[in-house]
Ligand binder design. Structure first.
Ligand code: G6P
Length: 608
């Protein structure tokens, strides 16, 4: 959903901006642009396509000299990808340049007003109104103009702004879109995300909603909406740049899949103390846990799929009723929430617009909220009453893998904890479950080691038109994620169905040779799953089964079988998803798709 950067200091700005944009390309990659103050004017260069087009155009920034500048990588919302619609956007006399991440919701109204005032628009973007509106309000004091713009516009934004008359400063502001400030040795930076500044500094400030940052070569000042100076503490980023680099892997997705054993360990281990689950950050007394009447899990995309799994786990283990909602649906359906409900928002980025809005909706209704979030200091992490971090580190590939795995672990831990406190599990049962959890990292490693076999299988399906994923119970949740992984990175149409539901329509789509991935990890449902496999096979499907070690009976029915190691029935998702991730990955590679940056997608969806 667009990435923004800015730099001011003693070094040439353009190469630093391009480098930073490279780290943010996962946020959008249909066009890019930079603006640099070159000593006399604000020079702007923009290019449709990947960042490398802009880098070539500017000779890696060498043709754009200057010590301050802003940059942008775009994921189009208003106006198709084009040089004109790419950021930065100017005011008419090119004295103010703006980069924007977010959506200005009342831009039509503002545009009309500005047009009536004689302002001429060149792009189809909502962002351009910001440049002209800043011009409209600017009377020599940039802060005053920014403040007035903030009062006037509705929607979400993280902005980087350059004023030609104030070349010794860059300005940044945010509302509901992420923005950080980095304090470097020879200059200061702004960025949508930490990886963009890590090469230059580990000291970052998280800008809160409606705060303004003013950066110069020597210092950084922060102001609130009333232009009062505010003091802020910087945070030291502990992880290093390697965590956000490919480190020898062909793609970030492959690297991140291989990081899953570590991710699972990192999310799990700090919360296990002497064979007990201790989730300090939860801050709930046993009495409060016993008082939970209902859990609402709310999320988008893959995070939502982990919630679908967690429903089975919470209900099965802790006997707490769970509702799982897509955040975009939850917020508009006037949900029924009661005082003793617990709302859990799951988000890798912590910035997904719909998830954030759902969190706010829940808080407004006075319900306790818990964020399960990966990005430290993100909006959902800050705004939720409590936050449980998934320690997955930075995830760059648009298609999530390791953050997904960590989200599952966090929810298993909560479910066991709640079940234990509510008297649904004995000490012995908890011990067994924890032993199963502790084995997961090694088991995931084993599955990853089997990648060649899956690669060979995937190569047979690069020309597939439709693929179906079926399963029951937790296996249905796994199917949802397996299907999403395949379609998002390989552009093959795929659907996930609760296996028992197939015969109510979808089975008519099965033809000779159609690939059906049948997930069958739930022992009590084997027989039913076998029946569903037979149903599709008699109609010509080729069946890939993912099942537990030892369930060799399935070979009589399925065409190709992948076995996962034995674990508790509630944890099979953590294992069965690994071959499905690998399958999608190798289909995508085989088709020559851009694995890490699939078309039309962005990692952090900060628009509704
Ligand atoms: C995007 C990503 C998905 C992710 C979803 C929710 O669509 O491509 O991988 O699951 O957003 O993102 P979140 O950051 O809230 O987990």
């Amino acid at each position: 959903m667009c990435g923004i950067v800015g730099y001011i200091g003693a070094s040439q700005a353009a190469p630093i901006l391009l480098d930073g944009l490279g780290k943010l390309e996962y946020r959008g990659y249909d066009s890019a642009g930079i603006a640099v103050f070159d000593g006399t004017k604000l020079a702007v260069k923009k290019a449709t396509g990947r960042l490398k087009v802009l880098s070539e155009l500017t000779h890696d920034g060498a043709t754009m000299p200057g010590l301050s500048g802003i940059g942008h990588t775009r994921w189009a919302t208003h106006g198709a990808p084009s040089d004109t619609n790419a950021h930065p956007h100017y005011n008419q006399d090119e004295t103010i340049a703006v980069v924007h991440n977010g959506i200005i919701e009342n831009y039509q109204k503002v545009k009309k007003k500005l047009t009536n005032q004689g302002y001429q628009f060149v792009s189809e973007t909502d962002t351009e109104v910001l440049a002209h509106l800043l011009d409209y309000y600017y009377k020599g004091d940039p802060l005053e103009a920014i403040r007035k713009v903030m009062h006037r516009v509705e929607g979400s934004y993280a902005l980087g702004i350059l004023f030609k008359e104030h070349p010794e400063q860059i300005f940044a502001v945010r509302k509901d879109s992420p923005l950080i400030v980095g304090k470097g040795k020879d200059g200061n930076l702004i960025a949508s995300d930490v990886p963009a500044v890590l090469k230059y500094t580990r000291d970052v400030y998280f800008i809160q909603n409606e705060e303004i940052a003013v950066l110069s070569a020597k210092g950084i000042e922060f102001y609130n909406l009333d232009s009062e100076a505010i003091a802020k503490e910087s945070t030291t980023i502990e992880w290093d740049l390697n965590a956000a680099e490919k480190g020898g892997y062909e793609h970030f997705m492959l690297k991140e899949m291989y990081e899953q054993p570590k991710t699972v360990r990192d999310t799990l281990t700090p919360r296990l103390k002497e064979n007990q689950i201790v989730i300090e950050e939860l801050g709930m007394t046993d009495e409060e846990i016993r008082g939970i009447r209902r859990i609402h899990i709310i999320a988008c995309g893959s995070a939502y799929h982990t919630g679908v799994t967690a429903k089975y786990v919470f209900e099965g283990m802790a006997r707490i009723p769970v509702e799982v909602d897509l955040a975009s649906e939850f917020r508009y359906r006037n949900p029924i929430l009661e005082a003793d409900d617990l709302v859990i928002i799951i988000s890798q980025s912590g910035e997904t617009a719909d998830s954030l809005a759902a969190l706010r909706e829940a808080k407004e209704r006075g319900v306790q909220t818990l964020g399960i979030v990966n990005v430290v200091g993100s909006s959902i992490a800050r705004e939720a009453d409590r936050v449980m971090y998934t320690w997955a580190g930075p995830e760059i590939a648009v298609a999530t893998t390791k953050a997904y795995s960590a989200q599952l672990i966090a929810q298993y831990l909560l479910a066991i904890k709640f079940a234990q406190v509510r008297g649904q599990l004995t000490e012995r049962e908890v011990e067994r479950l924890l032993n199963d959890l502790k084995r997961l990292p090694d088991q995931i490693e084993m599955l990853l080691a089997n990648k060649e076999r899956i690669q060979r299988f995937a190569n047979r399906y690069i020309a597939a038109k439709d693929v179906f994923f079926i399963g029951r119970g937790v296996d249905y949740a796994i199917s949802l994620e397996g299907s999403l992984k395949l379609k998002e990175i390989s552009y093959i149409h795929s659907e996930a169905y609760a296996a028992g539901e197939l015969k109510h329509g979808t089975i008519s789509l099965i033809e000779e040779g159609t690939l059906v991935a049948a997930v069958a990890t739930q022992e009590d449902l084997y027989k039913k799953s076998i029946s569903n496999i037979v149903e599709v096979r008699t109609r010509g499907a080729f069946v890939l089964a993912v099942t537990n070690e030892g369930n060799t009976q399935i070979e009589k029915t399925a065409d190709y079988v992948i076995y996962i190691p034995q674990t508790n029935r509630y944890f099979t998702n953590s294992l069965a998803i690994i071959p499905l991730q690998l399958f999608s990955y190798y289909v995508s590679v085989g088709k020559g798709c851009d694995v890490d940056k699939p078309r039309n997608l962005a990692k952090s969806v900060t628009v509704e």
